[in-house]
Design a protein around this ligand. Structure first.
Ligand SMILES: Cc1cc2nc3c(=O)[nH]c(=O)nc-3n(C[C@H](O)[C@H](O)[C@H](O)COP(=O)(O)O)c2cc1C
Length: 440
């Protein structure tokens, strides 16, 4: 069978464009209305997407008065989506820095049971400085420390998910035996950050453990992904950097002793689609005109760990020296490299840079016809830049509807994308191995 392309729908606000929430064609539903998320997940399922994904941050951004910066807590929301869909995979973000492994392991094991094996966990270390202040710490936990703690966290959650063998539950009413004693083992983890006895108090779930997703792209983040991630989200503003990332990460996965096809690489893609390229570009301009550069300036500052950009004029060309070095702050390193890279290549004005970032926060944006979008996706897929895409429609649900109606059939016609679900689990959709149960 031809290698298959994978599609994840990244649900964010009323679309990924910064101004989507104000556009008359975006959803009229409240962003706290679960029906909005259910509708999007069902639509993605009707288009045979592999999965949907909910991001998360652990603090309220301070520009909430001028843009929607609130959302439903993703693990809770997935519970509702699990019962309103039947085949599509469901991925939620949770932090290794600000949660406890025991609780997190049981939440994801429970969701995997509830969804019949369709759950994935986007592992983040939480880059937002403000998050620390909500968890008893006055300052940002350093980048390196977050990953060290994350590594130990992974050791604990894996051990917890493996603390039950696949066949541990007997539920034998006749003989009064509920579970096999020799199939449930303690964890007895004693580490620098966690002391966890185990075993988990939820039996092993349909997928054994959730599909592990990760999105750190710094050197440390990539090494972490190479060891743990089964799908990797990544942001690129040009094909060349996506290809370099793809080659580097696959090599690291192999060096970590894993098969390259067991870690899918899914770059973000935010396409504005219309029947002519001119109309797609017009729609893009319409949205850009609705965005406020001062909101963008604040977001840029948060990306760079709170760096002050207030003195920069909006209409003078920028230079890399206008930005702190990506190594010099403790926030999201790889995304700041993407931004400084763009400034180095194109020297945009701040206004132009903010318009580019308003599209999808440093992911690849594109305005064109369905044929052009499909051609771009096939090019990246066939030329070492992607195993599929993290689709980030600029306007929801409108641009998702257009993508499903107009682009998906073109991918299917080329034999690159499914016309029906074959498996029932997210592991099956992604072509991932089932983790072997812990030997007894
Ligand atoms: C598509 C995508 C989604 C992400 N979602 C989240 C998220 O929900 N919460 C979060 O704290 N970080 C999120 N991140 C950020 C990454 O987890 C990571 O912190 C960031 O890329 C910086 O990591 P690095 O310092 O290793 O580059 C996301 C990144 C990407 C590319």
């Amino acid at each position: 069978m031809t290698r298959q392309l994978h599609l994840n729908l990244f649900i964010n606000s009323r679309g990924h464009h910064e101004a989507s929430w104000r556009h008359p064609k975006s959803s009229p539903l409240a962003l706290t209305d679960v029906a909005y998320f259910q509708e999007l997940a069902r639509k993605a399922e009707s288009g045979h997407f592999d999965s949907i994904f909910l991001a998360d941050q652990l603090a309220l951004p301070d520009d909430v008065t001028s843009a929607p910066r609130t959302w439903l807590e993703p693990i809770t929301a997935l519970g509702a989506l699990a019962v309103s869909t039947s085949r599509i995979g469901l991925i939620a973000t949770a932090s290794t820095t600000y949660t406890e492994p025991f609780n997190l392991a049981r939440q994801f094991a429970s969701l995997d049971h509830i969804s019949g094996g369709r759950v994935g966990w986007n592992i983040v270390t939480s880059w937002m400085a403000a998050a620390a202040r909500n968890f008893g710490s006055t300052g940002q936990v350093a980048h390196a420390d977050r990953y060290v703690r994350g590594e130990e966290f992974m050791e604990v959650v894996r051990a917890l998910w493996d603390s039950w063998a696949d066949d541990a539950v007997l539920d034998d009413r006749a003989n009064g035996r509920y579970a096999r004693a020799d199939a449930i083992r303690p964890v007895n983890h004693h580490g620098a950050h966690y002391q966890v006895a185990g075993p988990l108090n939820v039996p092993r779930s349909p997928q054994g453990r959730p599909v592990l997703v990760q999105a750190g792209s710094s050197d440390t983040g990539r090494s972490f992904a190479a060891r743990h991630a089964e799908a990797v989200f990544t942001a690129h503003m040009e094909k060349a950097t996506a290809q370099a990332f793809y080659a580097d990460l696959k090599a690291r996965v192999v060096a970590a002793g894993r098969r390259a096809d067991q870690a899918l690489i899914l770059p973000g893609l935010s396409p504005m689609i219309a029947s002519t390229e001119a109309e797609a570009k017009r729609l893009e301009c319409e949205l850009n005109e609705l965005s406020d550069p001062e909101v963008g300036r604040k977001r840029l500052s948060a990306r760079f760990g709170g760096h002050d950009f207030s003195h920069l004029p909006l209409d003078k060309p920028l230079h890399p020296e206008d930005f702190p070095s990506p190594d010099a702050h403790e926030a999201a390193r790889s995304r700041t490299e993407v931004i400084v890279g763009l400034v180095r290549r194109e020297q945009p004005t701040l206004r132009q840079l903010l318009a580019r970032l308003a599209g999808a926060r440093g992911h690849f944006t594109y305005a064109g016809t369905p044929e052009q979008v499909a051609a771009l996706m096939i090019d990246w897929f066939e030329n070492g830049a992607a195993d599929g895409f993290n689709l980030m429609p600029p306007l929801l649900p409108w641009m998702l509807d257009v993508f499903i109606a107009e682009v998906v059939p073109l991918l299917q016609k080329r034999g690159l994308f499914r016309t029906a679900y074959e498996g029932t689990t997210l592991r099956a959709h992604y072509g991932l191995d089932h983790p072997s149960g812990r030997p007894r």
